[in-house]
Design a protein around this ligand. Sequence first.
Ligand code: MSP
Length: 523
Amino acid sequence: MPEPFYITTPIYYVNDKPHIGHCYSTLVADAVARFQRMAGRDVFFLTGTDEHSERVASAAAERDLTPIQWADANAAAFKEAFNWMGFSHDDFIRTTEPRHIERVEAYIRTLIENGDVALGEYSGWWDHSQEEYLTETVARDADYKSPITGKPLVKRTENNYFFKLSAYQDKLEAHIAANPDFIRPESRRNEVLGRLRDGLQDVPVSRAAPADGSWGIRMPGAPEHVVYVWIDALFNYMSAIDTDERRAYWPAQVHVLAKDILWFHAVIWPCLLMALEKPLPECVYAHSFWIREGRKMSKSLGNFVDMPTVLAYADRFSVDGVRWYLLTQGPLGATDADFTYSKFVEVYNADLANGIGNAISRVTNMIGKYFDGIIPEPEGGPNADIGVDWAKLANEKSREATEAMARMDLAGALAAGTALASAVDQFVNDTVPFKLAKDPANMPKVGAILYQCAEALRIAAYLLSPAMPTAMCDAIGRLGYSPDQTPSYETLTTWGQLVPGSTVRKGDALFPRADAKADAPAS
Ligand code: MSP
């Protein structure tokens, strides 16, 4: 039985349209999911939308729509954007779906029965823009403004149901100490540990139901309250797989998200799970933010890389070109990454047009020219010694990619594929098959060289396919490989799978070189 691998993204607010930030987190999860599927894991990849926010209701009211009409429109926009980006999610959950609502009610009921959730009065600093309460220390440090949006905080007192978060402090700290990979990257783990030193306070899990009673999940047994949107949202990770067929996916291997919502995922969510006596996820991974041309993306600046802009980039550089840039240059670590046109073109040309794309054209063209487009029988077998121990190199690179992926080092994993493609370029330069081919007596050797080139590129393409599924599938086909069944990672990446006699396909450049002087694509 393949081992389960459950990966999630945040569920995104539907008060607005998707943008590059939402696409980035989902892309990271997609690349990991694709890699793990290739490695033979039984992957379940979940994304979706978080809909019961007050802001959805107010955004809908501004447009004379009901909240669900506005949520439907934006959830559809997220689905469209994610399909268009080529994401391979297994499910897309919306928190307004009955399957989610019913289960949230059941979780809350259990928490009330166990005494982990009870009525009380709460007074705190409310960040309306983020829909969260901040502690006195955090509020004071931020000068009583939202640390995320800079909007003023409001002192608010409410009669609410509370979750006894404070009761779980010791257990959570022990878990973090015993599991160094529970919160990643390490700098984020240290931030959480630092904040935990202030001590955990109980948190509200309900809010007064809106006057018209139309939006939110009712607290079981107390319809004058709705479940606080953050608690409702966190439960999606469980509700989506709380069925007989899917339950084995829990606990999740990775929750992917960004630094803005780490506290909810690294502290509140695990404590809720402990209260429900469920095992904790293996890793909560919080990446940093994309900024644009040196400036934070914000509504007021109107400078989001929105979907029309992403579309314009993909028109010129392909969806896989966009995916490549985001994955290799993205803010997976502790620092923000800048989305700039100049860097985009530089990376696209260096890695794709002049890198893997060029290596594939070079090799398929030579096989076309010297062997009528048929993969030659390699003289001396696939492992013939012509200067490079390809079996060993391919094996090393596949292992490097696997290890890097396990650390969520996506750029590192992809670099292993790129290194294999560069080794092919170097090999062609060193062995000069285009010169040897001038003498017919050399053709057996030329055949062996080109076999090894094509085989190494096939493996490189597999290693790069989690980032660029469409282009790499095309590349693998061009190299004459068509596995007739879903092959295992080992057969994909083990040396010598390419069958002599298969037909190579030439074709347009996979990644046409981009003119660095052209203007940035405009939406
Ligand atoms: N609905 C909550 C999440 C609930 S999860 C149980 C929420 N939604 S959100 O629409 O605001 O999405 C926030 C997430 O979007 C971030 O954590 C991150 O994953 C992604 N990003 C939003 N802007 C981003 C950037 N500028 N850069 C990278 N990712 C960003 O919070």
